[in-house]
Design a protein around this ligand. Structure first.
Ligand code: CP3
Length: 336
């Protein structure tokens, strides 16, 4: 059994698996080389051989305990007939959401469009050592809705007026999206993934009175689907502060990723029957070695004798020096 599964499913606190969100990607020169020859990001994600190579780059380099597939949460809107473009330094740009296009989608064409992702998983699984886990992922419905409906401004503010105006359409979309997301999880797990992570990167944007409908409930539906199928599941509802406690009580995933704005000590004593993952600010990796070690030690100490997966509070930043990542991993392995 892999270290990650032992901690996540058996709540075995005797080992400390390590992986990083965005471990495959922009901070690695070997990724940038491939990327420079593949200008279309979606096409790169749909190239199963290349995306498998990218998935394994950080494993070969750092011997991490888990590989996360090289893909994107926006592959789902892409497969649901919305145009998705990634422009340099601008982030993703989606074409206007058209409800009729969305409603005219069906499971067969969805699966057909995403088949390269499933192929990437089966290819990678074969190459990965047995003691390592392969993580697949989806975006949580709310985070996808943000992109699909263009609900946030460039300075990351939620457009509440638009949310109100599109209320009916959004409700309808949420329900159908849930079905497609469960299907995508199912297909990825059946292709050989070991764990699924649900990224709710924009959960923290929700006003208190909307968090039940847009965060807890949609995450719970997918987690229930996973549990019914015995698929190990980690949720990452970023930025929800003290609502992490309620999230855990309602959604009940096997693991919860925490961000760097919550107090890890508070988390340690308030979240019950769940494995905790991450927390350390990715910006720490831009500091000197001692600051990195001090911060890592803080998390290791707080979560000693607790089922904990070492990770960060969000993805590795593009400006991270890979040598610092190596040093951090060595430090964790020596001090655990
Ligand atoms: O290593 C890994 O974690 C696996 C690959 C991965 C990517 N995206 C590749 C990627 C994962 C897990 C994601 C998830 C993702 N994508 C999230 C949730 C996690 C988070 O960061 O909050 C979100 C919100 C997205 C949407 C997205 N994709 C954005 C906002 C951007 C542009 C800016 C950015 O963060 O990179 C992307 C593009 C993207 N996805 C890149 C990579 C490597 C950069 C592509 C490039 O080279 O330009």
């Amino acid at each position: 059994m892999s270290k990650l599964i032992k901690v996540l499913m058996n709540k075995d606190s005797s080992c400390l698996p390590i992986w990083f969100m965005r471990q495959a990607g922009r901070y690695l020169p070997e990724f940038r080389k491939i990327r420079s020859n593949n200008k279309n990001f979606i096409k790169l994600c749909l190239n199963a051989k290349l995306s498998s190579t990218i998935t394994l780059q950080p494993i070969d380099k750092f011997d991490l305990d888990a590989a996360i597939i090289f893909s994107d949460i926006l592959m789902v809107p892409y497969a649901l007939n919305q145009e998705v473009n990634f422009e340099k330094d601008k982030g993703p740009i989606l074409s206007n959401f058209k409800i009729d296009d969305f409603l005219s989608c069906d499971a067969r064409s969805f699966k057909f469009k995403l088949q390269p992702v499933y192929d990437l998983i089966s290819i990678t699984k074969k190459k990965l050592k047995k003691d390592k886990s392969l993580i697949c992922f989806i975006g949580a419905p709310w985070t996808l809705i943000i992109y699909m409906f263009g609900l946030k401004s460039e300075d990351n503010k939620l457009n509440l007026d638009l949310l109100e105006r599109k209320k009916k359409e959004i409700k309808l979309t949420l329900d159908k999206l849930n079905d497609y997301l469960c299907l995508h999880v199912d297909n990825q797990m059946k292709s050989g993934a070991d764990v699924v992570q649900i990224f709710d990167s924009w959960a923290g944007m929700l006003p208190e009175e909307k968090i039940d409908d847009f965060c807890f409930e949609p995450n719970a539906k997918i987690v229930n689907f996973c549990k019914k199928n015995n698929y190990p599941v980690i949720c990452f509802p970023k930025g929800i502060n003290n609502n992490y406690k309620k999230f855990n009580e309602i959604v009940k995933p096997n693991g919860i990723g925490i961000d760097f704005n919550v107090d890890p000590e508070w988390i340690r004593f308030n979240l019950k029957d769940v494995c905790i993952q991450g927390g350390m600010n990715p910006r720490t990796l831009l500091l000197d070695d001692d600051s990195i070690y001090r911060e890592a030690e803080k998390y290791i100490k707080i979560f000693k004798d607790y089922p904990y997966i070492f990770n960060l509070g969000h993805g590795l930043l593009p400006e991270t020096n890979p040598d610092k990542v190596k040093k951090l991993i060595n430090f964790i392995r020596e001090n655990n």
